[in-house]
Design a binder for this molecule. Structure first.
Ligand SMILES: [Zn+2]
Ligand SMILES: [Zn+2]
Length: 245
């Protein structure tokens, strides 16, 4: 069910069953913004239905936090432009050429282009693999992009971090809120899972300097305070198998 975090920001909570992330929503006076598209058209539709049930307008644009399948594979079902940074676009371009049948998916596990966890969740989310369509973004930016939503701004900030080279946070200064996507996570696509220490430290510094009081992580069921987010970074380090420079 759609949950309100601040007067003008909402989210649909994550679902561990097929690794659906939280989907965010920001309602400006003129435009509304969705954060992440969802992992499938079904996930995307669920979000739009929840918005309609809450009497909120459909989004005018979708900010994508990073290219991982669970945040982007619903992009082709979107009825509005999707906003991506140039790195995310590169990854989407590559994935848009992937074949979707079991042998092709298993080959990507062998070559480590994909990982078992995502592979298994994709099979659960898509009973019909031929329904998968990976598309590129509609608006491509470098570094950062600021949107004037009417009475409030949304800042899309591509930050150095340890999860993926394209991770972006969405900062809503007027509500002191940050949509984090998976940026605080370790690098799951590395074998073994790891932290890149210098990138992780850079992220910590960026989060300290950003002005927010609440933040929403992509796979956590509730919004957290800034203090909780900073403390969770230490837990990530403690639980990580390998730390690389
Ligand atoms: Zn991710
Ligand atoms: Zn994710």
């Amino acid at each position: 069910m759609l949950t309100q975090i601040t007067p003008r920001c909402f989210y649909l909570p994550n679902d561990h069953e097929t690794d659906r992330p939280c989907l965010g929503y920001v309602r400006g006076d003129r435009f509304s913004l969705m954060i992440d598209a969802g992992n499938s058209p079904a996930h995307h539709r669920l979000f739009l239905n929840e918005l309609a049930a809450a009497g909120l307008p459909a989004p005018h644009a979708i900010a994508i936090t990073h290219s991982h399948w669970d945040h982007t594979y619903a992009m082709f079902a979107a009825h509005c432009p999707t906003l991506v940074n140039h790195k995310t676009q590169e990854h989407l371009q590559k994935m848009s050429r992937w074949a979707w049948d079991l042998p092709a998916m298993e080959e990507r596990l062998r070559t480590r282009e994909d990982i078992r966890f995502c592979h298994d969740c994709i099979l659960k989310e898509y009973p019909d693999l031929s329904a998968i369509r990976v598309v590129t973004g509609d608006v491509v930016y470098h570094g950062s992009l600021t949107l004037d939503l009417g009475g409030m701004y949304a800042e899309l900030l591509h930050l150095e971090n340890s999860h993926a080279d394209d991770c972006t946070v969405i900062h809503i200064p007027e509500e002191k809120l940050l949509f984090l996507g998976d940026i605080t996570c370790d690098d799951l696509h590395h074998e073994p899972r790891c932290i890149h220490q210098s990138r992780f430290d850079a992220l910590r510094q960026s989060l300290i300097s950003l002005d927010f009081t609440m933040a929403l992580e992509g796979h956590y069921e509730r919004a957290c305070t800034k203090e909780e987010i900073l403390a969770s970074l230490d837990e990530v380090i403690a639980e990580t198998e390998a730390i690389l420079p």
